[in-house]
Ligand binder design. Structure first.
Ligand code: ZN
Length: 441
């Protein structure tokens, strides 16, 4: 995620949270979002019903179920399939978690980040003002979610601790931040540093490379790409089409600047190509966050897969049209990192429209789970929210969205990504079980 959520969730930074307790993070987002005051009243009632103080209730896992129920009550629509007992009784809650895990426990988080590098970021030394603005934004987020040192805590070690050990995530796909124009000529997260994630947890992580900026020269860009493959055995790309060069950005369907990259990908066997779309943050231009450049590219490179990260939200309708009107397309995917997180607790109606549109038009086989963690803290609250999330009947009838069935949930959570990246599911699950055993030893 790359926009300032602290301006969307009022007072979030004042709510003390334990970075390992994801429920508390989820509840704090419900309480500080758009419906915060009304949800807060309902939480009081539910704490009383559970016989707990408000403070302890919010800190417990019951609080998160209560917040989801409260959102149903406030909106008058059923966005969350949560039973009343799950907000009142810890055994009922544990039972519900067990049932959910039995139904979907293979989770590939396609959108995860570490947010620091050796030497970190120093204004005027290795970081421009614009680069510092982004570091500050990430810092504030980390602190709001209980990581006291902000980005410095969003490091390789905590990646393992929070995403792989403390959440149900089976495989994390980690994404780069390039932007080297703003970070002293070195990628914000250099590949030499982020490769540490894969080296530590080889069966539970997948590494994407990025930082390709064809406006700095197509030849140099292709050299970088070859180096990623030769030296780091990357599993795909996650790119940004906005940049800090004088041109400000580029398009995937630019035959001079971009097509040579895709041709090289083809030769090198790099099949999965993602791009930040939507969320036109900071000083970048929104025009490069639109997704229509995927149209010609997807047709011209049928053997490559193109993944719109963030599902191009708030331009997700544009993305959906690229498949809705061209159902023959088989190489267009979307990922819901930050889009789901930013909407599910404060604007569930918008969340249901986005997810519904993607499932209806791109199809359940093409929607990928992602959380943009560690930017939203420990991702477990998002996993729990999606396990409970449903598209209300009114929207199914009125818009033709599908209901989220257990099968669709499994596809989105992991099966689709497993197909894309050829993940050995059994091996990943075994490695995950070993990780969990050491986490709780
Ligand atoms: Zn991201």
């Amino acid at each position: 995620m790359e926009f300032n959520i602290l301006s969307h969730f009022k007072g979030l930074e004042e709510m003390p949270t334990d970075p390992l307790k994801a429920d508390e993070i989820g509840t704090s987002l419900f309480l500080t979002g758009n419906m915060g005051p009304r949800i807060s009243e309902k939480i009081d009632e539910k704490a009383k019903a559970a016989g707990m103080s408000r403070r302890n209730f919010i800190k417990s896992s019951l609080g998160f179920s209560a917040a989801m129920l409260a959102a149903n009550e406030v909106t008058g629509m059923k966005f969350f399939e949560v039973g009343t007992a799950e907000a009142a009784d810890i055994d009922a809650k544990k039972e519900a978690i067990k049932l959910a895990q039995a139904s979907n426990n293979f989770i590939v988080d396609v959108h995860t980040h570490v947010c620091t590098r050796p030497g970190h970021y120093q204004l005027g030394v290795n970081t421009s003002e614009r680069g510092m603005w982004f570091v500050q934004l990430l810092d504030d987020l980390g602190k709001a979610f209980g990581m006291v040192n902000g980005t410095r805590d969003m490091n390789v070690e905590n990646y393992g601790k929070m995403i792989l050990k403390e959440s149900d995530t089976t495989v994390g796909v980690f994404n780069p931040f390039g932007f080297r124009e703003d970070y002293g000529g070195q990628d914000m997260i250099p590949i030499e540093y982020q490769v540490g994630v894969r080296n530590n947890w080889p069966d539970n992580t997948i590494m994407l490379a990025g930082g390709l900026t064809p406006n700095q020269g197509v030849g140099a860009t292709l050299d970088r790409l070859r180096q990623y493959v030769d030296d780091y055995k990357i599993s795909g790309l996650k790119l940004y089409t906005f940049d800090s060069t004088p041109q400000k950005g580029w398009w995937f369907d630019d035959e001079k600047r971009a097509y040579p990259i895709w041709e090289e990908c083809r030769k090198l066997g790099v099949k999965n190509i993602g791009c930040h779309k939507g969320i036109p943050f900071g000083q970048f231009y929104a025009r490069y966050a639109h997704v229509e450049d995927f149209d010609a590219t997807a047709d011209d490179f049928l053997d490559l897969n193109f993944i719109a990260f963030h599902s191009a939200w708030p331009y997700h309708n544009e993305l959906a049209a690229l498949k809705g009107f061209k159902p023959q397309r088989k190489n267009l995917y979307c990922e819901i990192g930050s889009t789901f997180a930013a909407t599910v607790t404060s604007r569930p109606l918008e969340c249901a429209h986005v997810i519904g549109t993607l499932l209806r038009d791109l199809g359940p086989d093409y929607v990928l789970w992602g959380t943009d963690s560690l930017l939203w803290g420990n991702p477990q609250w998002q996993i729990e929210a999606f396990r409970n999330f449903q598209i209300p009947d009114e929207l199914v009838e009125g818009h033709g969205y599908p209901k989220i069935t257990p099968e669709i949930r499994r596809k989105v959570f992991g099966e689709n990504a497993a197909r894309l990246w050829n993940i050995d599911k059994r091996r990943a699950m075994t490695a995950k079980a070993e990780l969990m055993a050491t986490a709780h030893a």
